[in-house]
Every structure is written in structure tokens, then in C-alpha cells.
Design a protein around this ligand. Structure first.
Ligand SMILES: C[S@@+](CC[C@H](N)C(=O)[O-])C[C@H]1O[C@@H](n2cnc3c(N)ncnc32)[C@H](O)[C@@H]1O
Length: 235
């Protein structure tokens, strides 16, 4: 097999694993098991398919801070929800953010994120499809979420808890793969949350680059000055 054939074979295998990750129905046990087996080759796989979601999400966080937040980047508390191996955290750190926390379902992915040393705290075994009972309301200036609102992973309803733990006037920045946005009622959930006064969609990059095989939309939501209390509020 020549080098080009090898590259193509690697890319095909990577795409197969990415596709398999979309068939997990948001089941925490299956997701954790799948990512346990994928941790070591995850970055190679998504890198071979031109994954640029983390760069775009982090750069949006940088733009939002410059445009709307008075405090310096070093003082902005960011939650990386579904941090995986830490690709977004590394980009955020490159842009000057320092107070970065990460959460994820997979203990193994989180361990890789910890090794990047760009996070203040990282925690595994956190299911974004469930209430985030360990997290107080209004804890973060910005919540970022990349590659997580994707097929078989986190349902659109997960946005409500992210809104709860983001402070009034703070921001959520999230990617949605196009196929997910088209099929998972993400926009309906956004409308519901907007009508309930929980968040306001303020910016959206449509059809931005994400992976070679598919584009994504990138959303910026702002929390209102006084957010309505989400019904699942636990803190
Ligand atoms: C495609 S990776 C994205 C990781 C990272 N944000 C990035 O952009 O490289 C998806 C991540 O979401 C995590 N994940 C999937 N379902 C989850 C859930 N229900 N709750 C929390 N994390 C979840 C996986 O463990 C995995 O680390």
C-alpha cells in the first residue's frame, strides 16, 4: 500500500468511527464505552478529517469577550461542556483565556484534557443530558460546547441546563452539525427557550467548516439580564 492509499484508508477508518459515534442514541453507558475505546485515536481521527470546530468555537468566545465583556480574558470563567480531550481548551488558552473548566461523560477523554494543563478543573462522568446538579446557577461567563450537539450525543434539551449555569448577560457558544440541526429539533428547542426568557440567540454562523465530510452551524446565545428560572433548576 503506498502512502496515499494508507492516508485514504486511515481517513476512511476515522470516518467510520465518527459515524459509529452517531448511533449511540444519547445513551450514557454506550457513549462512555464508545469514547473509552476511542480516546487514544480521537485526535488523530478528527484531525485526519480536517476538524476545525474547536478553533471556530474558541475564536467566537474571543470575539464575544472583546465585543461585550468588560473584564480581561484572564478573568473570564469558561465552562467547556463536553471537553473531550481538550481541543477547545487548548485553543481558548492560545487566545488568552485562563479560567477554563471542562466536563465530559468520559473519564478517559477527560484525563487527556487534564494532561493538556490548560484547564483549571476537569471532571468526568458528567452527563449533559441530565440536570447538572453539582453546578450552581450563574457560575460561568461563557459556556462553550463543541462537537457535542451532534447525532447520538446530547439532546437539544441539554441547552437549558447550560443556560442555567451561565450567568445573566453571559454567553453560550455551541456548534451543531448540520445533520443534527436538521433532525434533532434544535431550533424548536431554541425557540422554546427564547420564548421562556431563558436565552436569546444573538449570532449564528451558518454552514461553517467543521469536518471535511460535513459543515456545522455555530450559535451564540446570550443569557438575559434576569434569566427566568428553568423548571429543572436544582441549585
Ligand atoms: C466529538 S467529541 C467532542 C470533544 C471536544 N469538545 C472536541 O471538540 O474535540 C464529543 C464529546 O462529548 C462527550 N459526550 C457525549 N455525550 C455526552 C453526554 N451525554 N454528556 C457529556 N458528555 C458527552 C464525549 O465523551 C466526547 O468527549
Amino acid at each position: 500500500m503506498n502512502t496515499l492509499d494508507q492516508q485514504t484508508a486511515l481517513q476512511q477508518a476515522a470516518r467510520e468511527r465518527i459515524k459509529n459515534s452517531h448511533a449511540l442514541d444519547g445513551d450514557a453507558g454506550r457513549l462512555a464505552h464508545f469514547y473509552r475505546g476511542w480516546t487514544n485515536s480521537y485526535e488523530l481521527d478528527v484531525g485526519s478529517d480536517g476538524y476545525c470546530g474547536p478553533t471556530i468555537v474558541a475564536e467566537l468566545a474571543g470575539a464575544v469577550q472583546t465585543a461585550y465583556l468588560s473584564r480581561q480574558r484572564t478573568a473570564i470563567a469558561i465552562l467547556d461542556a463536553g471537553c473531550g480531550t481538550g481541543l477547545v481548551g487548548v485553543e481558548l488558552e492560545r487566545l488568552g483565556f485562563r479560567l477554563i473548566d471542562g466536563i465530559d461523560l468520559s473519564e478517559e477523554m477527560v484525563e487527556k484534557a487534564r494532561q493538556t494543563r490548560v484547564y483549571r478543573h476537569v471532571r468526568g462522568n458528567v452527563d449533559l443530558n441530565e440536570p447538572l446538579t453539582e453546578y450552581l446557577s450563574a457560575s460561568y461567563d461563557i459556556t462553550v460546547c463543541c462537537g457535542v450537539f451532534t447525532l447520538g450525543h446530547v439532546r437539544p434539551q441539554g441547552l437549558r441546563e447550560m443556560a442555567r449555569i451561565t450567568r445573566p448577560n453571559g454567553f453560550i457558544i455551541a456548534s451543531t452539525r448540520k445533520s443534527y440541526a436538521d433532525t434533532a429539533s434544535f431550533e424548536q428547542e431554541v425557540r422554546r427557550l427564547q420564548q421562556a426568557g431563558i436565552l436569546v440567540p444573538t449570532q449564528r454562523l451558518n454552514d461553517g467548516r467543521y469536518l471535511a465530510e460535513e459543515d456545522a452551524h455555530y450559535w451564540v446565545f446570550q443569557m438575559p439580564e434576569k434569566a427566568s428560572a428553568p423548571t429543572e433548576e436544582r441549585s
